[in-house]
Write a protein that binds this ligand. Structure first.
Ligand SMILES: Nc1nc2c(ncn2[C@@H]2O[C@H](COP(=O)(O)O[C@H]3[C@@H](O)[C@H](n4cnc5c(=O)[nH]c(N)nc54)O[C@@H]3COP(=O)(O)O)[C@@H](O)[C@H]2O)c(=O)[nH]1
Length: 820
């Protein structure tokens, strides 16, 4: 039962008991009152009436006695008159009292009735006698008569008073009884009230005690339970089954402790989970106090830095951070923003090693929002840093030589130009290009070429001054950026030093290798050019140095600029020239020394410029090669030459061939064979009447593909010749791999063959070796008879040169086509 209900029930019972006490008390009082009323309403009126009767009787007696006495003593009449009035009044009172007694007679008890009847009867007799006596007095009756009446009156008087006295005695007795009755009623009432009060008291005390006990015990249990829970014992349960608020409270308490236990269990599970995560996570975790001291760390951090957790606890965070400034910045940002995501930092390991990490930190707050500390999670980024280094290396450094590459060079150049504009100093760009490096590559292979480049880079790097920045732009191109130059001569001195660095041989694969370089220099004073322009100027100067004969340096100048301008103009004109048919061919006869007959004509390209006149092929073919126009131009030459050769073929005359120069750029282009097929098909020329002249360098570009292309041409019946032989590497060993027919000895050897014994020896060697390989030998540039004779003596098979004929238009060649 609920406490409120219990309390109300208790109050009700208490009220009931009180009411009972009141009821019984009331009943007792009612009874007392009844007894009292009995005395008051029954006995007292009777007593009063009896009193009045006695008084009236006595009054009548005393007045009549006075009257008689007056009469006897002859008293005055006035006094007797008073006595008569008195008697009259007494009679009236007696009558009245008797009447009232009669009125009361209905309430008389049986034992009372006879007594009262005596009183009435004696009173009536006294009244009658008194009236007789009064009438006789008033009538002046004689004394004798009066005496007789008087006697009767006295008898009756005594009888009346006796009856009244008896009645008095009776009524007094009645009154005493009533009094006793009241006393008894009061005693009973007192006992009843005491008893009821006692019962109420006992019930109230007992009920209150039981009720108090029913409340205080569970409350004590609750109090004890709360104390136990406060001490952390969440298994505490209170065994209170009362069906009231305390029972509900106990049940709620038990639910609460169970829920708390569950929550505690869940928290323990969560903590365990968190501990596992923290302990097994790969990232290094450190928890810091509000004053940035290390509170705890995870195993990954210990593993990363080589500390035991105990060694770090309580130590400042700065112990494991390599750079104090970075640490302060991190902590400041953390304090200001509450968190710091992915901040690169350097941790210091116990052995002093620096470990790059990416740190994410966050302040830890309690539910009230107060800062409790900081947690920092660090990810080891050594691998990332290595990758970044590699990316930087790849992006800004040349993979082969490890020198800065073109991108980094441009960045440094822009920076240097900016600084030079600010401080007024000059900078120089020194562009290096190895001389004939392509030939090294072509003859000795790219792997060898790479080693040479590495050796060159190493030598240049070793001799680098702090103000020099060296980069490899690609291929065999290197560039120096020199800052803070005082004057042009200094740049010249540096360039000279660089050239001297190439004076001693490079050792590749245990063998010595000589190579020179050419250098182009462009200077910038704070006023002029941007980086691109400077580099272009240096390139032009380099080009000029190469033109000059290599192993030299040249400064950029206005003249060079003019030349470059001319070159650009040429480039522009080349496109147009092909469309406007400004090209034409001349043919130079080739003579078989054994027969003395012209067996072939070499087609030589000419450009008739509308303004500049005749431009020699040496001037525009390299430009056409660089521009890529050579492909179209070469196809045009082949088509025109084949078409011409087709026309030369006359029935009855021996067939005559045409020799066409093929640029290496053109030969190594995909689709070359198809182009030749197309031309032969279009012109209808017998492939055996076509000879293609290729330079050594063109054949060296891609050995295997070259051989395949040569075989493809050869199987068609096309003749193949190596042009300008002796100017390249002249490696006769590779010739045996190529299906070639003819070697053309460069005219530079022929020119001095008479005077220069070396050249003569070279020519002899070429002829002998070519013959040993089954090749025919043609000597170019024969201008004089003694040259011809010498060549003939040395066994040269064929010749070509001004001695016989200059290159001519086809119309002028008729005589060479006639029958002998
Ligand atoms: N890829 C192509 N190259 C071509 C083509 N046409 C010509 N060329 C090459 O241009 C170079 C210069 O040629 P050119 O100015 O025509 O000179 C040729 C002859 O005129 C010259 N020659 C011939 N005999 C003599 C001589 O007795 N003395 C002398 N000083 N010069 C002489 O030699 C050039 C022919 O040389 P070569 O080709 O090596 O036989 C030149 O390298 C041409 O190859 C073309 O269409 N495509």
């Amino acid at each position: 039962m609920r406490i409120r209900t219990t309390l109300m029930a208790g109050c009700f019972i208490f009220a009931l008991l009180t009411a009972l006490v009141g009821y019984f008390g009331g009943r007792a009082i009612t009874k007392i009152s009844g007894e009292f009323d009995l005395a008051a309403d029954e006995v007292l009126p009777i007593l009063k009436t009896l009193e009045d009767l006695r008084f009236a009787g006595l009054r009548i007696v005393s007045s009549s006695a006075e009257y008689s006495l007056n009469m006897k003593q002859q008293g005055n009449a006035e006094q007797r008159g008073d006595e008569v009035v008195m008697v009259s009044a007494g009679i009236e009172t007696l009558e009245d009292a008797l009447a009232r007694l009669k009125a009361l007679s209905s309430g008389f008890h049986p034992d009372e009735r006879s007594i009262m009847a005596d009183v009435e009867r004696t009173g009536a007799m006294l009244l009658k006698t008194s009236r007789v006596q009064l009438r006789m007095v008033l009538a002046g009756a004689p004394d004798g008569e009066l005496r007789g009446v008087r006697k009767q009156f006295e008898i009756e008087e005594r009888a009346f008073l006796a009856a009244v006295s008896q009645a008095f005695a009776h009524e007094n007795e009645e009154l005493m009884e009533a009094k006793d009755e009241v006393r008894r009623a009061i005693g009973t009432a007192q006992l009843t009230i005491i008893a009821a009060s006692l019962v109420a008291f006992i019930l109230a005390i007992g009920g209150g005690t039981i009720f108090a006990a029913s409340i205080s015990r569970p409350i004590a249990l609750l109090q004890e339970g709360v104390t136990q829970v406060g001490a952390g014992d969440l298994d505490t349960r209170i065994n209170v089954t009362a069906n009231n608020e305390i029972g509900s409270l106990a049940a709620a308490f038990n639910r609460m402790t169970r829920d708390l236990q569950l929550t505690k269990d869940e928290t323990a599970v969560a903590k365990n989970f968190l501990d596992n995560v923290v302990n097994s996570m790969a990232d290094a975790l450190v928890v810091l106090s509000t004053d940035w001291k290390i509170v705890t760390v995870n195993p990954a951090l210990c593993h990363l830095l080589g500390y035991d957790a105990d060694e770090l606890a309580g130590k400042p965070f700065g112990l494991i951070v390599a750079r104090g400034a970075e640490e302060r910045e991190l902590l400041r940002d953390m304090a200001e923003r509450g968190h710091v995501p992915d901040r690169d930092l350097i941790y210091r390991a116990k052995d002093g090693n620096c470990i790059p990490v990416s740190v994410s930190g966050a302040l830890m707050r309690n539910f009230a929002g107060d800062i409790q500390g900081t947690v920092c999670i660090a990810h080891d980024i050594r691998e990332r840093k290595r990758t970044e280094e590699e990316i930087i290396q790849l992006a800004f450094y040349d993979a082969l030589t490890r020198l800065p590459n073109r991108s980094l060079f441009h960045e440094r150049l822009s920076q240097a130009l900016l600084e030079s504009r600010q401080d007024g100093g000059a900078i120089a760009i020194m562009f290096l290009d190895l001389d004939r490096f392509k030939d090294v590559n072509d003859t000795l292979g790219h792997a060898y070429g790479d080693q040479l480049l590495m050796a060159v880079a190493e030598r240049l790097r070793k001799n680098l001054k702090p103000s020099h920045f060296l980069a490899r732009l690609g291929g065999d191109e290197f560039v120096f950026l020199i800052s803070g130059l005082s004057d042009k001569r200094t740049a010249g001195t540096i360039a000279h030093t660089v050239l001297e660095l190439f004076a001693s041989p490079f050792e590749i694969d245990g063998k010595e290798m000589f190579i020179s370089t050419s250098v182009g220099i462009a200077l910038s004073h704070h006023d002029d050019y941007d980086g691109e322009t400077l580099l272009k100027h240096a390139d032009m100067a380099l080009y000029a140095a190469k033109e000059q004969g290599r192993n030299a340096f040249r400064f950029f100048s206005a003249e060079l600029n003019q030349e470059a301008h001319e070159r650009r103009r040429l480039e522009g004109n080349l496109h147009r020239a092909l469309a406007d048919e400004e090209f034409f061919l001349e043919y130079q006869p080739q003579i078989d020394l054994r027969t003395g007959r012209v067996f072939s004509f070499e087609a030589l390209l000419r450009w008739q410029h509308p303004e500049d006149g005749l431009i020699p092929p040496d001037c525009f073919i390299p430009v056409a090669e660089e521009m890529g126009v050579i492909r179209r131009l070469g196809e045009w030459v082949l088509l025109a030459a084949c078409r011409q050769c087709r026309q030369w073929q006359q029935p009855g005359l021996p067939p005559v061939r045409v020799a066409v120069n093929v640029s290496g750029h053109q030969f190594n282009q995909p689709g070359f064979i198809e182009m030749v097929d197309r031309v032969l098909h279009e012109t209808g020329l017998n492939p055996e009447l076509l000879e293609l002249e290729l330079t050594e360098s063109a054949l060296m570009a891609g050995e295997q593909e070259t051989i395949m292309t040569l075989i493809d041409l050869k199987v068609r019946g096309i003749h193949l010749a190596i042009d300008d032989f002796g100017t390249g590497y002249s490696s006769l060993s590779y010739l045996k791999h190529f299906p070639i027919d003819r070697l053309k000895i460069d005219r530079s050897f022929v020119r001095d063959i008479v005077k220069d014994l070396d050249d003569r020896a070279i020519v002899e060697a070429i002829i002998a070796m070519a013959h040993s390989l089954g090749l025919r030998v043609l000597a170019e540039g024969v201008e004089h008879e003694d040259e011809l004779e010498l060549l003939r003596e040395r066994g040269c098979d064929e010749v070509q040169g001004f001695y016989f004929a200059r290159p001519q238009l086809p119309e002028a060649l008729g005589k060479y086509l006639e029958a002998p």
